[in-house]
Design a protein around this ligand. Structure first.
Ligand SMILES: [Cu+2]
Length: 441
């Protein structure tokens, strides 16, 4: 009896792994051509200081045909091409006086345009051509004069260089690969001025009992903030173009959730979230005098309602927050097809190794994580160390909460997935949601 139960579990595991492998194969075989053909810009205005870089983006779905867009190049404004996806042509045609964006007929596309100027003023990049519907059409770049010095800008402590970490708030895109995937409008913290936003944001690390200074520079055209749950309490808004510095000393080891708490969870949902790891002063312990581990992983999960929240917020609209029906579910900013191959996400090591997994649910929905292969111990919840570690094979991590677990690797490849069917998907496509693998070698 016992044997038949365990062998049926084994069969289920094998079946699931086969499904995972099958699901991964056709990821590039077909694009989703069914999306509506339209494009939108990430902003109507870019505010920068003289000699600083700003950016804006165009994204949309070309419906499977090449589409071209053009914008004027105002004199005095430096325009260059940044990151892009699914482009046939994306270049500055100086002699013709326009920026050319031509998609490759691959469905979802995006392109980031970098702008800067050495002299203050208002520069309008006027839309000259749009082969599918585009909203808004033009982008105004407002360059603040640096006050005659011509060199550094105002803006308080910006760029002071004394912080342990400097985070920059930027708008841009998150690309989910494979069927069900899309180029999603996001806002995120990132590690360089003008760089694409990171979702989740840069990992912050500090040793228990040591001081950490984080400077946050807001390069976006809306107010934001930066609060580490259970660690910092300053919720002051950082206005567009300004920065704020936070200094704190965490005494409790573990994993903590940082995010923008403004705008009724919209800012956090748009991608403004990440993790702080407070490490033990002795290596390979989960906290001072805590249990030891051999390998470690960080899993930051999130969910996004792209049509009702991301698309509305990124185009400058007001999100109706009473309705939230997320259609994307990410692990470390990836759909399952990628997260199952990402060495920083897959819990892989030698048989017998103990892995600590630090989990942050930055989303708004609870995620019930089910681990195949072995039971694990929950050792910490929301920064609080548990007195009695709980043995589990599934844990519910509430939206906005953190967990730490210890898992001992067994021989084989096992899935870790969410026990809520919808959350295993990316826009309805199974297994491109919250899923990864556990591998014992
Ligand atoms: Cu399962």
């Amino acid at each position: 009896m016992k044997k038949s139960i365990s062998s049926s579990f084994f069969n289920i595991a094998v079946l699931l792994v086969s499904l995972l492998v099958l699901a991964v194969q056709p990821a590039h075989a077909s694009h989703n051509m069914g999306g509506s053909t339209s494009a939108s810009l990430s902003t109507t205005t870019v505010d920068v200081d003289a000699d600083e870089n700003g950016s804006w983006t165009i994204s949309g779905n070309d419906g499977g045909s090449q589409r071209e867009f053009r914008w004027s190049l105002p004199s005095g404004l430096n325009v260059s091409t940044g990151s892009s996806s699914n482009m046939n042509n994306f270049r500055v045609r100086s002699s013709d006086g326009y920026l050319q964006v031509e998609t490759d007929g691959g469905g979802a596309f995006s392109a980031t345009v970098n702008v800067s100027s050495g002299s203050g003023g208002s520069y309008v990049m006027e839309n000259l051509r749009a082969e599918i519907s585009l909203s808004p059409n033009d982008v105004t770049v407002n360059v603040a004069d640096s006050g005659g010095g011509g060199g550094d800008t105002g803006g308080g402590t910006s760029g002071s260089g004394t912080a342990d970490y400097t985070l920059y708030i930027e708008p841009g895109f998150l690309t989910i690969n494979g069927d069900g995937g899309a180029v999603i409008n996001v806002w995120g913290y990132t590690d360089a001025s003008g760089a694409p936003p990171m979702v989740p944001g840069p990992l912050l690390e500090v040793i228990q009992g040591q001081s950490l200074t984080v400077e946050v520079v807001n390069n976006h055209n809306r107010s934001h903030n930066f609060v580490i749950q259970g660690v910092t309490s300053d919720t002051t808004s950082i206005s567009p173009g300004s920065s704020r510095t936070y200094t704190f000393t965490p005494n409790q080891g573990g994993v903590f959730f940082y995010r923008d708490t403004l705008n009724n969870n919209v800012n956090r949902e748009m991608g403004l979230h990440g993790a702080l790891i407070v490490r033990s002063s002795s290596s390979n312990r989960v906290w001072n005098n805590g249990p030891s581990y051999d390998i470690e992983r960080l899993w930051v999960m999130t969910d996004m309602d792209v049509p009702r929240w991301n698309n509305v917020a990124s185009s400058g609209g007001n999100v109706s927050t009473g309705t939230y029906r997320p259609n994307y579910f990410m692990l470390n900013g990836q759909g399952g097809f990628d997260a199952m191959h990402d060495p920083n996400t897959v819990l892989e090591g030698d048989v017998g190794d103990v892995g600590v997994v630090r989990i942050v649910n930055a989303g708004q929905f609870d995620e019930s994580l089910h681990w195949h292969g072995n039971h694990f111990q929950v050792i910490s919840r929301n920064g609080q160390h548990l007195n009695d570690f709980e043995w589990q094979d599934t844990i519910n991590v509430k939206g906005g909460e953190t967990m730490m677990v210890l898992y001992q690797l067994r021989d084989g490849i096992f899935p870790m997935h969410v026990h809520t069917a919808q959350m295993e998907t990316a826009n309805g496509v199974y297994l491109n949601g919250t899923a990864t693998l556990i591998v014992g070698n």
